[in-house]
Design a protein around this ligand. Structure first.
Ligand code: PEP
Ligand code: MG
Length: 325
């Protein structure tokens, strides 16, 4: 089957009736770039930079990070490379950066919270990303944003990094786009305000589902309660997209929900055309896109937005998916 799917690598992701989608790759390591290129991803929609910090004994220097980011940016060329700033904490730890035991690490010291607390570490990473922007179509993305202040504080540090690079005579793209992950319910509820503070949104459904439903995404015992198609999640997704559209900024999805081909009609009807996913899922999703129409999308979304439970929605989507291929 994968051999057959591989034939789709050079095919555009266009619906049966002509709507173009942009299917991008999530990467957690440069090792994946070979497959990203082979499968013809339209870019890197989420570069999880944690791996640059892992399996080491100290924080990576600006130069070390720059080399990694530059490599990916160059390989992607004109295609976008969205580099997400460090998202440690929660389940992800670094040996050389001891963090105190927390009762609720997923609600704790993590991601942008660490970056805003350890400004020098953050500035080092931002400087490395800025320098890589001279070699490709690089964008910056902040994880776990819950307020406008966080975006502004992060942008203040970005501004400092730019001034320092200028003084050092390092080239970079001064108008580099800056986006945020929407993955905390508070961010959904103030999406209209956040949209005024950034250049794009990317919806992190992995964490969003966890926080909306109060279901730990790592806890096996309650995995059966982790429901991406829960009506509360679908309503939030719609809110985010509407806020982005109203503000005129792009919105993409980079959580695993984008890799579930059953969700394709929903994104199409919402008006989300950029989907980023693990590279192993990309061609399977593209296959689904090729077999979908705007009429399908409208029908499916209208039905789903009026359903009352995750079970009902999932059953409907599975059935629709199987009978329309
Ligand atoms: C997400 O939360 O949906 C996401 C894409 O980020 P991560 O899985 O790295 O938390
Ligand atoms: Mg996340």
């Amino acid at each position: 089957k994968i051999e057959q799917l591989e034939l789709l690598a050079s095919v555009e992701a266009v619906t049966k009736d002509g709507t173009e989608l942009t299917l991008l790759a999530n990467i957690s390591s440069t090792k994946e770039m070979e497959t990203v290129l082979k499968y013809g991803a339209a870019g890197v929609g989420l570069f999880r930079t944690e791996f640059v910090y892992m399996d080491r004994t100290s924080f990576p220097s600006e130069d070390e990070q720059f080399e990694v980011y530059k490599q990916v940016a160059q390989q992607m060329g004109d295609k976008p490379t969205v580099i997400r700033t460090l998202d440690i904490g929660g389940d992800k730890q670094l040996d050389y950066f001891p963090m105190s035991e927390e009762d609720n690490p997923v609600l704790g010291y993590r991601a942008i919270r660490i970056s805003l607390d350890r400004r020098e570490l953050f500035k080092t990473q931002l400087s490395a990303i800025l320098r890589a922007s001279a070699f490709g179509n690089v964008k910056i993305m902040y994880p776990m944003i819950s307020s406008i202040e966080e975006v502004r504080q992060a942008n203040d540090i970005l501004r400092e990094a730019k001034l320092e690079l200028e003084a050092r005579g390092e080239p970079f793209r001064s108008d580099i786009p800056v986006g945020i992950m929407i993955e905390i319910p508070a961010a959904v509820m103030i999406a209209d305000l956040l949209a005024e503070e950034c250049d794009f949104f990317s919806i992190g459904t992995n964490d969003l589902v966890q926080y909306v439903l109060a279901v730990d995404r790592m806890n096996e015992q309650i995995a059966h309660m982790y429901h991406p198609f829960h009506p509360a999640v679908l309503r939030m997704l719609k809110m985010i997209v509407e806020a982005a559209q109203k503000a005129g900024i792009p919105v993409s999805v980079c959580g695993e929900m984008a890799a579930d081909e059953r969700s394709i009609p929903l994104w199409l009807e919402f008006g989300v055309h950029d989907l980023s996913m693990s590279i192993q899922s990309l061609l399977r999703v593209k296959h689904r896109v090729l077999h979908t129409t705007a009429a399908d999308a409208k029908y499916v979304a209208q039905r789903c937005m009026n359903m009352r439970t995750n079970a009902e929605t999932e059953e409907f989507l599975s059935h629709f998916n199987e009978s329309n291929m």
